[in-house]
Design a protein around this ligand. Structure first.
Ligand code: 9F8
Length: 158
């Protein structure tokens, strides 16, 4: 069983995330989407809400499992018996940090990191930018799944 882990905060999941997860699900037997629990960071959605959204929007792929984790990603990967991380790269600006993390993770644990180019349609997308726009009433339809759009608008304007 060839497994891979796709880590992130997913606060909330965007179409950019979904694009990478969907393409990865066609390359591996199982994709574990790992939602990071970060108590230092205030989030718009709870971990459980983020997991529920991810489960709903990845169900159609049939081989995606959503889990939560805290601490080191490589510890989670090892516990899950997953030898490979897949990260989406949006732009050159992502590369520096991601390369450093990949080298550190490999040195610490032998877990490999594979990079996948983000669909250019979403290369500008990040959850934080999205939340900012939604907070000021901007239209983010088409950038997140419809289910997420509803919950996002309700939450920022609630
Ligand atoms: C482009 C991209 C960024 N991230 C981290 C997102 C985050 O930390 O919320 C991803 C996670 C899965 C698939 C693609 C991506």
């Amino acid at each position: 069983m060839r497994r891979v882990v796709c880590p992130g905060s997913f606060d909330p999941v965007t179409n950019g995330h979904l694009d990478i997860i969907g393409r990865t699900s066609r390359l591996y037997d199982e994709v574990v989407v790992a939602v990071l629990i970060n108590i230092e960071k205030t989030s718009l959605f709870t971990v459980e809400e983020r997991i529920d959204m991810l489960q709903a929007v990845t169900k159609e792929y049939g081989n995606v499992r959503v889990e939560k984790f805290h601490g080191l990603l490589v510890d989670f990967a090892r516990e899950q018996g997953i030898p490979t991380i897949v990260k989406g790269l949006r732009a050159v600006s992502d590369f520096d940090y991601e390369l450093q993390m990949a080298q550190l993770n490999y040195r610490m644990s032998g877990v490999e990191t594979l990079f996948m180019s983000t669909n250019p349609e979403y290369s500008f997308l990040s959850s934080s930018r999205l939340k900012e726009i939604a907070r000021y009433g901007g239209d983010v339809s088409g950038l997140v799944p419809d289910l997420v759009l509803e919950l996002l608008v309700e939450r920022v304007r609630g």
